[in-house]
Write a protein of this length. Sequence first.
Lengths: 166, 338
Amino acid sequence: MSTATRFASIDDFDKGGVEIIGQDAAPRYLFSNMFEVARQSRPWERVVVAKNLEFTIECVRAEGDSPWYLCSHDETALCMQGQVAIEFLKPADAALIPPATQDGAVRLATTPGGTAMGRVRLGRGHLALLPAGAAYRFRSAALGVLLVQSLAGPESVERWAAICQH
Amino acid sequence: MATASQASTDSLVIIDTAHRVEFDPRYGYHRYLIGSFRFERDEYFVRVTYPKGTYVSDVSAFLRAMMRDVAWGFFYGWVNFDEVFGTVNHYGSVDVFVGSYNAGYKAAGTDFIERFDANRLMGCFKALLSDWTNAGFDPFAAPLETGSAYGSKHGNNDAAVNFQRELAERFVGLPGDTELRTDARGFAINRQFADVPQDEPEVETAPGFEGQLSAFNLFAYLSRSPVTWNPSIVSVVGQSAYCPTSEEHILPILHGNDRVEWFIQLSDEITWQVNDKATAAPRAIITMKAGDIAAMPADISHRGFSPKRSMLLVWENMTPGLEERYGAGELPPTAAEF
């Protein structure tokens, strides 16, 4: 057995699958591949690839600059491909922060005014906290893939039939 | 509507008495007695006797399974040591069963189940694990990385069986939360992840916001895991927990879900054997390669096979009471339908 560790990317993935051998049906396992999903997505679209009641993991095709987002709760971003920077701002207008009853990130129409909190530069395998109440945007000069740990919100896109094994 | 398995165990009485031990001079180990169960081991096998019969298992496989049951605090739902013997967590009390979720035992009427106070049972299992684990055998390690479980009593490996997994409360690296894994902390890079880059992300924090931003190399973190099939927690969003783990050889248990659980294959490959949770009947084989994502429904059990050490992100919903909502049929066993 080779000990070379196998990672994958949009241009180099090898998808497994579900084999039914008893009383069952493949769609119950919601089987997909994040790189295939990202290949078929628009930049910064948040496609739900895992859902557990209100909680989600969303696959994001990172390409160019994203809109600014704000969220009332923590999220995280795991870089699975590419180099992605995240810029953070503390909004001057606290009213921009969604109420605690609003799940998921909301997209801001423009760059918010506020104080720069800092930035994070991610490479493959790096996991970043997107802290509650901090506005953020992603920047990716080349094609990248992110997994965002969040809650289902206005930016979440569910298209299970298109992404999952039937 | 209650499920069949739930309805059949609702009347169980919680046994709240401590286990007893008897020395077995043949091999130098102790026997452990709790409720109607008696556990004993010889040089190769574990024998569990109960009012309706006897259960026998390879001691190496049994100790690997027992290690997970103890380390995970009986985990979420069913910890099946195999298709016959295991435990069910009711979060305060725990069932020990033989054949209760196996169609053959049920049909023959040879299934048996008792419910114990969780602390009492944990005390018994911890004592057994410490006594039966010999020097040189680490039940958390991959078979190529440890010695043998067999033979008469010789020493112990309490350092291994008392290994504590790291559970972040919010995010690894934040002030007061769990730390990165480093050589200095005793976390060496595993032999099968020697090629995993160890670079860390750049984090620039503006004055006044110290401690509010955090990022780390999850792949490097996993490359330094000294154990297999033992998830840590690295980030928590509400009740959503990222529980990554490094996997090699066979998951020592068949985990029966009491809620939906998700797997995200970060590297390499794992094949999952999926059985019906109530009958142990085979249902599916799932092959997951790097980038693949799959849900484990709340009505199955699963066991993984990882030929090379791989990185798996297990994603859990820790919401209290979910087991009751799934058990009562309030929630469907699948995460989404299309």
